[in-house]
Design a binder for this molecule. Structure first.
Ligand code: AMP
Ligand code: MG
Length: 360
């Protein structure tokens, strides 16, 4: 059943802002919701009227809400088989699911192959142990602990992505290994944003931008004060929160996506050391190569999957992968502040910090 979120609609209505643009029939509007994918969703776009923009916002909301419920591993929803249902039935029985789940799983398997296993949605049993320790550590910082390595190794035995059995005809998914758990945190947001972007484009919203917790997808162009079409501007967040400079770079982005994976998004502290939420499948610990990796490419699902995977790869390996992928660009920041860029990245930068070196 489609849930009508009156409270959220109210949020949309209240947060729509309008920028008049005298030379064009379309005006610029903004909306935001707070309850999807555990983060803030923001929409900016051009529309003929506020009413029309509200309709578009509702479509975006409904789409994202549906994906959010289907891809949820923590909550049950009445009458809905979602990823939690699949996890709960690991080793027990196949679960009949919506095609949107099958498609996400097939996409995730492809990303696993492409990235040599560095993004693996079957890593859930390992990730949940880190998750439990992080939550406990945030609640009781003085007694924060790390997972036992032995236990991580034990759980790593149950992360074989090939044991996710998908019956496309019957639309069923079965986790053959009773100890396996799915975690789609690395891919689901971007994938849902991409599918939602297609849906809203079809509905007529062709010049806009959707950001779900910084997972950004732009559509078409924006109009400047003179009514001239220009690319959307999207910022890469400065990981130094004490700096007055909020973005490291602002990029020109038309019909594309920007996604970042970083150490500052979710973490906890044990004995003075920060442990973040992106786990290297090779070490079963938080990857330590970079502060963040940003990916730009058209498909937001791909950008999300790659951002996590490349974050888990040594620079040379990640750079090699990016180089061989058409239309994909990346930026890496190392712990000493060094920044590296793939060869096409420079041409997307709109406003750049003059002191920074761009290297290919
Ligand atoms: P992202 O912020 O897109 O890099 O995704 C991070 C989230 O993905 C984490 O919170 C975990 O839920 C999950 N995750 C962490 N490490 C991995 C990994 N190596 N493969 C797949 N998912 C992961
Ligand atoms: Mg990701």
């Amino acid at each position: 059943m489609k849930r009508k979120m009156t409270a959220v609609l109210l949020t949309i209505a209240m947060s729509i802002t309008m920028t008049a643009c005298s030379v064009r029939a379309e005006k610029r509007y903004k909306a935001s919701f707070l309850n999807l994918f555990d983060t803030v969703t923001e929409i900016v776009g051009f529309s003929e009227s506020e009413v029309k923009f509200s309709e578009y916002s509702q479509i975006i909301y409904d789409n994202l809400n549906e994906y959010n419920r289907l891809y949820d591993i923590y909550h049950n929803y009445e009458g809905l088989n979602n990823l939690k249902t699949i996890n709960d039935n690991a080793g027990i029985k196949p679960v009949k699911v919506d095609r949107k789940i099958i498609d996400l799983l097939l996409f995730s398997k492809k990303m696993y192959e492409l990235t040599d296993g560095n993004v693996n949605i079957a890593l859930g049993s390992v990730l949940s142990l880190w998750h439990e320790h992080r939550i406990a550590g945030l609640e009781e910082p003085m007694s924060a602990t790390l997972p036992e390595y032995e236990e991580l190794l034990k759980r790593a035995q149950h992360t074989d992505i090939n044991r996710i059995l998908i019956d496309e005809k019957a639309s069923e998914v079965f986790l053959e290994d009773p100890e396996m758990r799915l975690d789609v945190g690395a891919v689901a947001k971007g994938y849902a944003v991409e599918k939602t972007a297609h849906a809203i484009e079809k509905a007529g919203f062709v010049n806009g931008m959707i950001s779900v917790g910084g997972n950004i997808r732009t559509l078409g162009s924006k109009y400047d004060e003179k009514g001239k079409k220009t690319p959307w501007s999207v910022g890469i967040q400065n990981p130094d929160f004490n700096s007055t400079k909020k973005t490291l770079h602002v990029l020109n982005l038309s019909e594309g996506s920007l996604v970042t994976s970083g150490i500052y998004e979710r973490y906890y502290i044990v004995d003075g050391k920060q442990y973040h939420h992106i786990i290297d499948p090779k070490t079963l610990r938080p990857a330590e190569y970079f502060v963040f990796v940003s990916i730009v490419c058209q498909d937001s699902g791909m950008a999300d999957a790659l951002s996590t995977a490349v974050f888990n790869m040594p620079f040379e390996e990640g750079a090699e992968l990016i180089k061989k992928l058409d239309g994909v660009e990346a930026m890496w920041e190392f712990h000493d502040g060094t920044k590296m860029y793939s060869s096409g990245f420079k041409s997307m930068i709109k406003i750049d910090d003059k002191e920074q070196n761009l290297c290919s």
